[in-house]
Design a protein around this ligand. Sequence first.
Ligand code: HEM
Length: 138
Amino acid sequence: MNEENNTNYGIADTSYLAAGSETGINILVNRFFERMRTDPRFSTIYNMHPDDIETSIDKLARFLCGWLGGPKLYQEKYDSINIPAVHQHLAIGIAERDQWLICMKESIDEQAYETDFKEYLISQLGIPAEIVRQRCNQ
Ligand code: HEM
């Protein structure tokens, strides 16, 4: 992996393509929720989700497609979204933020992504995760 790629991931749809486009992002998000469902380390955040987990999977996968510079699939189906606002009713503190990020990191690590993209992706996801934590009422 060369250094040039690292600086380009934020540009246009570079990250979306590096994540395997819609198919790759769907695989990642399915693994993320499967890990969250089955690993007791993540039971607190899994139990915060509505029973219809398929909808949560669809929403996060569609959101990440647009967030990574690809098509705005979330807005196409569910309308506009404000990430802190959709979490505001939840009790997300440091422990819950870290459960989410660890579950996501382990799911990213399983994917056949370039090593520098894995590092880039988890560090970028840390930004909205921290904003969500700060905006949640504890
Ligand atoms: C900080 C740790 C986080 C936790 C514990 C968490 C947990 C949750 C839960 C429990 C829901 C379902 C809410 C409900 O339907 O009542 C949800 C929804 C969602 N989350 Fe998170 N989340 C976190 C961070 C993030 C981040 C960083 C992103 C984006 C990069 C994200 C994207 C979404 C999306 C797109 C939805 C669906 C919103 C909707 O349309 O209803 N979440 N999250």
